[in-house]
Design a protein around this ligand. Structure first.
Ligand SMILES: [Zn+2]
Length: 394
């Protein structure tokens, strides 16, 4: 990477951090953020939440990573204050109706582990263990299955926790999650497994689709040597391959994947497949091959928004991942895309985010706001210290 890019990337991350610290709302020793959410196409509602996706937990992960890379004390303090409610003797877990890793108990676990690792403070990881142990097994079984909101997301958070703390007493909750996924799956054919998430029928995809669930099962299998979870992961991939093959049916009989992003579409599938190939080793060479094919179908149409979930910085983060797992050329594309986006945002004085027309209101969040743009850029600066958040690495 040319030095000039490093400097521009660093300045961009500095400005994102400055904006997040300025926009934070202080109350005693805690901080929070608000953003505007569209309601009915014309109105907005004030949103202030805890989630990793759109709330303070996601912002805390960015700030902790930034503090780790730069040594910035304001960012460290804000990160600690943002997760302070979860460090209480009785964290407010009842406020979550989900267990997912973007929205739910899994988000608390993932964010605490990441803050603990970045700030070299094991008390956050200790608390993450407590949070997972407090999850009622029936909640794991009776809720949704997808990564963002459901059981697969909790499983990813637990697996990340075990990677940091192999002896953490959380395996029984993980086994419950696996059992729940194994029993709630449907079998479209004898060698396939699929889950219905937010649509009427199972679909491919990372955040809400079968691929994210398969990836979660595969990562668990790699950490625990659970062959049933591994086989279920592979069966999920087989479903997804056949679903994606049908979804480009030129007769138009099947629904075409509507978004080409992390949340929906082939780039998310490629991310899941590359991640599975990484954790399951070379025993299933078709995984690497499929990752390559789906990544190559990503397309180069510029995204209208800049968010990490389905915008320009999402493309940057995905290409950064593909550069590490699929082919080196993606790394250079990620840097080019990033320098152009950073220059454009610097010139315009803002990113293109949902609701950008509402002046003076920041979108601070990780998946839809400036924290995510900062995160993807920070990862380009220090990939060894800033893991991929889109595949929930720790
Ligand atoms: Zn999205």
């Amino acid at each position: 990477m040319r030095e000039t890019h490093r400097q521009e990337f660093r300045e961009f991350c500095d400005s994102v951090t400055q904006e997040l610290v300025s926009a934070s709302i202080q109350r005693e020793n805690r901080v929070g953020w608000v953003s505007l959410k569209p309601t009915d196409g014309v109105g907005f509602e004030l949103h202030s939440g805890y989630s990793l996706y759109e709330g303070s937990l996601g912002i805390a992960v960015y700030l902790a990573a930034y503090a780790d890379v730069t040594g910035d004390e304001r960012a460290e303090t804000a990160a600690r204050q943002a997760v302070a409610p979860w460090m209480e003797a009785s964290p407010p877990l009842a406020s979550f109706s989900n267990v997912g890793v973007m929205v739910g108990v899994g988000a608390v676990c993932y964010a605490l582990v990441r803050v603990g690792v970045h700030l070299s403070d094991p008390s956050y990881v200790d608390k993450a263990i407590e949070v997972v142990r407090a999850v009622n097994h029936s909640r794991v079984r009776d809720g949704r299955t997808d990564v963002n909101f459901g059981t697969a997301g909790l499983l990813l958070a637990i697996t990340g926790l075990l990677q940091q703390r192999p002896k953490a007493p959380v395996r029984s909750v993980g086994r419950s999650a696996v059992e729940s996924l194994l029993t709630s799956g449907v079998k479209p054919s004898p060698d396939q497994l699929a889950w219905t998430t937010v649509r009427d029928d199972p679909t491919a995809g990372f955040a809400h689709g079968v691929d994210g669930i398969a990836y979660a099962l595969g990562r668990w299998a790699a950490v625990t040597s659970d062959d049933r979870a591994r086989d279920a992961a592979l069966a999920g991939c087989r479903f997804s391959d056949s679903w994606l093959a049908k979804s480009v049916d030129p007769t138009g009989q099947q629904e075409v994947v509507s978004w080409e992003a992390w949340c929906w579409g082939r780039p998310g599938v490629a991310l899941a497949r590359a991640g599975l190939n990484d954790v399951l080793g070379d025993s299933h060479p078709w995984l690497a091959n499929q990752a390559k094919i789906y990544a190559s179908q990503m397309g180069d149409t510029p995204k209208p928004e800049d968010c990490l979930c389905h915008g320009t910085f999402g493309d940057i983060a995905l290409q950064c991942e593909f550069g590490a797992t699929i082919a080196e050329t993606y790394r250079e594309s990620a840097r080019e895309l990033a320098i152009n986006a950073v220059k454009r945002a610097t010139t315009a004085g803002q990113l293109r985010l949902p609701n950008e027309r509402v002046e003076s209101v920041a979108r601070p969040s990780l998946l839809l706001g400036i924290a995510g743009a900062g995160y993807a850029t920070l990862r380009l600066l220090a990939p060894e210290r800033v893991p991929s958040v889109l595949n929930l690495s720790v």
